[in-house]
Design a binder for this molecule. Structure first.
Ligand SMILES: [Zn+2]
Length: 307
């Protein structure tokens, strides 16, 4: 299992990014604290002339700018480092998304800051909740939620788009995929996450030996990873995932038929393209009826009995 985190980019123009954040964030207390940060950087009048048309920077840019400012400036480090450490600890806690969206309106500016950046970190998992806030919140809440959706789109694209085809969600064993959400007034926004659960943090590479859908009622582990292969027991999960081969070790006719019905009704393009070419091995110890063997032959490309 691997957590695919944003790379810590070093940003040299952090002063300009933080100036834009202060100018456009719409959070007075937070803006006051940012002001103390950028006052140490080049003159504000210069930024006002050159940056005001750019609008608010995305949330990941803001965070990277704060971290770069801490790395390069002792005074800012003294002021911000503990607060960024607190943000990092908040990312490790799995607070419900509804709690985080409620914290966007907390009385204390630091809680609001942490809520914004933990929602960015949670990424795809937070997008649908944020869209709800766009539709039902006040104009200020809707604007903030829209900015977070756009920020998540940008951050997940940058981090995951290039490798998406090779990444599997560590919970669902389904590929990372471009997903669309309609952000009112902004149109369709693309972000990246698991095609099934939409999370965008924990993935692992597609293994060289492939992913096997195993049907084995004698050995109950859900998932076994060995010999460069991921073996997921459908009998335990009872739902589909992205696999490229099937092994029936020990299962009843009824279980195999239920599995075949799920495959037959599957509408996922990635899998549908593969079922017709897929190899299905049936252990010689597994005595399936001729009717069940026929269903398997109709469902998959090749069916072998193996000893
Ligand atoms: Zn998932």
């Amino acid at each position: 299992m691997a957590t695919i985190l944003p790379t810590s980019r070093s940003i040299t123009n952090w002063g300009a990014i933080l100036w834009r954040e202060r100018r456009f964030c719409g959070d007075k207390d937070y803006a006051k604290h940012l002001r103390r940060t950028y006052l140490t950087d080049p003159a504000s009048w210069f930024y006002r002339l050159t940056l005001r048309h750019l609008g608010r920077p995305y949330a990941a840019e803001v965070e990277a700018a704060l971290r770069s400012a801490c790395d390069t400036h002792r005074g800012i480090r003294y002021y911000w480092q503990d607060r960024l450490n607190r943000l990092d600890r908040a990312k490790e806690r799995t607070l419900p998304i509804s709690k985080l969206t409620a914290n966007l309106q907390d009385d204390h500016w630091l809680e609001r800051f942490i809520a914004r950046h933990v929602l960015l970190y949670r990424g795809g998992e937070a997008v649908v909740h944020l869209r709800g806030l766009v539709l039902t919140g006040s104009p200020a809440e809707a604007a903030l939620a829209t900015w977070l959706i756009l920020s998540i789109g940008e951050e997940t694209r940058e981090r995951l788009a290039n490798d998406a085809e090779q990444l599997l969600c560590s919970d669902c064993f389904v590929h990372c995929h471009p997903l669309e959400i309609d952000a009112p007034e902004k149109g369709s926004v693309t972000y990246y996450g698991c095609r099934a659960c939409h999370q965008s943090i924990t993935f692992q590479p597609w293994p060289d030996g492939g992913v096997v859908a195993v049907l084995d009622r004698k050995i109950p582990p859900d998932v076994v990873q060995a010999n460069n292969q991921i073996r997921v027991n459908w009998i335990v999960r009872r739902r589909l995932f992205d696999f490229n081969q099937v092994e029936i070790i020990y299962a009843t006719d009824e279980e195999v038929e239920r599995f075949a019905v799920q495959v037959g009704n599957d509408t996922e393009e990635w899998r549908n393209e593969r079922y017709g070419k897929m190899i299905c091995r049936v252990s010689s110890d597994c005595h399936l009826s001729p009717g069940t063997m026929r269903i398997l032959a109709d469902t998959f490309g090749k069916v072998y009995k193996k000893s």
